[in-house]
Design a protein around this ligand. Structure first.
Ligand code: UDP
Length: 320
């Protein structure tokens, strides 16, 4: 697995180990953390390799050593992408190219993690996998992430036409234990960190933009089902929970309330954080119909429950 020390990757490692699999983790520890997989360090079932997916020779060897590949390594997070667009594009495009080429050479099945960001600013909701993508200009750095992820999807599908067995999942704002509190600044992680510290909760823009939040356990269920459902090969699946749609303003209130925090909410302009010319997605809602029909996947953990579990785990590890 690539990116196995990351937030989502480490949960997937846990699940695979529970199922009795041996796992090789390739991670460069840029946003991944050793603590996320420490419990497996001496288990003998998880081999941890520090390295980058840009290292063709390493990728070639490791892919040869396993029987299937979950490719989760990526430069993630809007703030991170904007701060380092070149490195992010290279990891997210060339890195995936390496992984897919090695999987094709070795005849390994592969799952790649894509993102709801590929839909771009969004047209109609809910977003179906085959919908058009609506992205802004190339001068807006944010869209480089969606573009790289879309290229990854194209590459997998192109390889699939030549016999590669592969599947694509598009994650919608996944949250839960082990979210990186600083590293890539997803809104949920940022709000939880701010609320638990009693700091102001920072809502960007007017706060009326909305997202759907998918709990990590549901995300892992969908990921494993996508890999293991043979007729799903060569297809794309949204992994997102439409029932949790919420504006960012409401999310801020909810997180403050659930954590009994004394934090206030402050509104800040996009420009303050991302510089001039930032574009945001106004509303992002998945259709999970295909995942339900073809994978038998539905989300089970609602936002209240998921937030409660997240806060619990966060307080346990003292991640503030
Ligand atoms: N956001 C915010 N305050 C923060 C971080 C993010 O208001 O401290 C907003 C962000 O502008 C976006 C939404 O929350 O409208 C979701 O942001 P995130 O970075 O989690 O990911 P996105 O869904 O945009 O990819």
């Amino acid at each position: 697995m690539t990116g196995g020390a990351g937030f989502i990757g480490s949960h997937l490692v846990d699940r695979l180990v529970e199922h009795g699999d041996a796992v090789i983790v390739l991670d460069d520890f840029s946003t991944g953390r050793r603590g996320n997989i420490r419990r497996h360090a001496d288990s003998g079932t998880v081999r941890i390799v520090e390295g980058t997916i840009l290292d063709d020779a390493l990728v070639e060897t490791l892919v040869g050593d396993c029987d299937r590949v979950f490719h989760l390594a990526a430069a993630v997070g809007v703030a991170h992408i904007i701060a380092n667009p070149l490195g992010s594009i290279q990891v997210n495009s060339r890195g995936t190219e390496n992984i897919l080429a090695a999987c094709a050479r070795h005849g390994r099945k592969v799952l790649i993690s894509s993102s709801s960001e590929v839909y771009g600013r969004g047209g109609r909701v809910p977003m179906h996998e085959d919908d058009d993508r609506i992205l802004g200009s190339t001068v807006i750095q944010r869209w480089s992430y969606a573009t790289a992820k879309a290229l990854d999807e194209h590459l997998l599908l192109a390889h699939a036409a030549h016999g590669l067995r592969g599947v694509i999942v598009r994650y919608f704002n996944i949250y839960g234990a082990r979210m990186d509190p600083e590293g890539y600044g997803s809104v949920m992680a940022t709000f939880v960190r701010q609320a638990l510290a009693g700091d102001p909760v920072t809502v960007y823009g007017d706060g009326l933009q909305s997202r759907c939040f998918t709990y990590i356990d549901d995300c892992i269920d969908g990921t494993v089902l996508a890999m293991e459902t043979q007729p799903a090969e060569g297809q794309v699946f949204n992994i997102g929970d439409a029932t949790t749609e919420m504006t960012i303003d409401d999310l801020a209130r909810k997180v403050i309330e659930a954590s009994s925090s004394s934090s206030t909410i402050v509104h800040e302009s996009y420009e303050q954080h991302f510089g001039a010319g930032f574009e945001d997605t106004r509303r992002r809602v998945p259709s999970a119909a295909r995942a339900a029909e073809r994978l038998g996947w539905t989300a089970h953990v609602g936002l209240d429950e998921g937030l409660r579990l997240t806060l619990e785990s966060w307080e346990q590890v003292g991640a503030v």
